[in-house]
Design a binder for this molecule. Structure first.
Ligand SMILES: NC(=O)c1ccc[n+]([C@@H]2O[C@H](COP(=O)([O-])OP(=O)(O)OC[C@H]3O[C@@H](n4cnc5c(N)ncnc54)[C@H](OP(=O)(O)O)[C@@H]3O)[C@@H](O)[C@H]2O)c1
Length: 290
């Protein structure tokens, strides 16, 4: 099978490149960003003709969309770009997939939920995004579902990896540089090691489980606050910074972030028979790689 990966030089795309190395399927990694020494085909997912052309010439069977507008704060002032990447572009990919009978694996977010209920969110819960990022990601989900293509949507949360910019890398650096810092303890969730999500996607494709369509939630097991997560990052990095818990209102932001965004993973575990590692075990693995 020929698998087209978009946004392949982002966090999830890079981990998908790592976990798919050596599998019999042929992966084609594309992005608008290039990384020195990394083989990447240029593809802008907002360009329908370009998407059609590469899908035809490479005889693509599965598209994995790892590209997105992921800067949650910036999206508030950049609605047009966030809408283009998170809403319209998934519609383009899904439309091209529908035309050629290909399958689309699309990635979405816990930000489609309001995050006010202290229970793990199930896939069939009512959605209610708080800001532009969540709203455009939700519209992207809807565009995929309405396209008529074969699709799977994996919603994830608190994604991190050794690549790009993320909370783990930031906290590792800050706890090395500063004697003390404050981190919010009133936002609770489950971190996701991008390697674990990439492995799941690769297993779905290698196991030919694309017929099991629908929305799935995926993060690591266990629950923590950003404060707990920061303390674990500090300890596993061998740093000694004094981290104090604080409330979200000490860090004013244009976006109201979900207070409780734990994703219920029952469906993904039952459907694909996967075991999901605890967030602390996966964090250890990521920090070992840094
Ligand atoms: N990060 C999180 O905490 C988080 C949480 C929940 C869900 N998610 C979802 O998980 C998925 C993967 O996130 P991630 O953190 O791996 O994203 P990421 O690191 O921001 O990677 C996205 C990639 O897409 C590229 N891109 C931007 N515009 C493009 C275009 N027009 N055509 C093709 N590629 C383009 C980006 O390039 P540039 O860097 O040049 O823009 C980047 O390489 C996304 O759907 C995201 O919404 C992420």
């Amino acid at each position: 099978m020929n698998i087209l990966v978009t946004g392949a030089n982002g966090q999830l795309g890079t981990e998908l490149r790592n976990v798919s190395a050596g599998v019999p399927d042929r992966y084609i990694f594309t992005d608008v960003t290039s990384v020195p020494g990394v083989d990447t085909v240029y593809l802008d997912i907002t360009n329908r003709d370009a998407v059609r052309l590469i899908c035809d010439s490479e005889q693509v069977d599965v598209i994995v969309n790892c590209a997105a507008y992921t800067n949650v704060d910036k999206a508030e002032d950049d609605l047009q770009m966030a809408d283009l990447l998170n809403h319209l572009a998934p519609g383009i990919l899904a439309g091209v997939a529908a035309e050629r009978g290909a399958h689309l694996i699309h990635i979405s977010t816990d930000y489609v939920f309001q995050g006010d209920i202290a229970l793990p969110c199930r896939e069939d819960w009512p959605v209610h995004p708080n800001g532009v990022y969540g709203a455009t990601k939700l519209q992207g989900e809807q565009a995929v579902q309405e396209s008529g293509c074969s699709w799977q949507i994996f919603r994830t949360a608190w994604l991190y990896s050794p690549y790009g910019k993320n909370f783990v890398k930031t906290m590792r650096q800050l706890t090395a540089e500063r004697p003390a810092l404050k981190v919010v303890f009133d936002q609770v969730g489950s971190p996701t090691y991008a390697w674990d999500l990439a492995r799941l996607i690769c297993q779905v494709i290698s196991g030919r489980k694309m017929d099991k369509g629908g929305i799935y939630h995926f993060s690591n097991e266990g629950v923590c606050s950003w404060f707990d997560f920061a303390c674990a990052i500090r300890d596993l990095s061998g740093n000694t910074c004094d981290i104090r818990p604080c409330h979200s209102d000490e860090f004013p932001s244009k976006v109201r972030r979900p207070h409780f965004s734990v994703l219920d993973k029952t469906k993904v575990k039952e459907t694909f028979g996967v075991q999901v590692p605890h967030w602390y075990e996966s964090l250890k693995k990521c920090i070992d790689r840094l």
